[in-house]
Design a protein. Structure first.
Length: 136
């Protein structure tokens, strides 16, 4: 059961942003410290990737585990809400399907894609290694 009123829940959801959140900022800092330069949210690409490396034709998405429903047993962030579960199941399924379509569209255009999940950012050494290997 939801502990907030409908109005309070609506206000809370309204404040959730899609750009510039902590996980994305952490990845941007790591990439910059590694010496790579990038563009943010390039509008002409499918789904406006979080980080775009034009000369390498590579993009990085930083996905929130809840909103993109990270299906990994080790991820403690992604969970299905108990209240209004029918709505959330449909919503999160649509998000995953949209992500899948956008990744396919980018790959068809010749772009290579790396998806970094919110729960993976805590392991800085592993994150740096993945980014370096991807952009290498």
């Amino acid at each position: 059961m939801d502990n907030l009123t409908s109005k309070a829940r609506s206000e809370n959801m309204r404040r959730i942003r899609s750009k510039g959140m902590k996980p994305e900022i952490a990845v941007r800092k790591a990439v910059y410290q590694l010496g790579y330069r990038y563009r943010l949210h390039v509008p002409h690409l499918p789904s406006k990737p979080d980080l775009v490396f034009r000369n390498r034709e590579k993009v990085i998405f930083v996905n929130g585990c809840f909103w993109h429903f990270h299906e990994n047993n080790k991820c403690g962030i992604a969970r299905m809400p108990k209240s209004n579960s029918r709505y959330w199941k449909a919503k999160l399924s649509k998000n995953r399907e949209r992500d899948r379509k956008n990744l396919l569209a980018l790959k068809k255009l010749g772009w290579k894609v790396l998806v970094i999940w919110e729960c993976q950012i805590k392991k800085a050494h592993s994150l740096t290694k993945r980014i370096t290997t991807f952009l290498g």
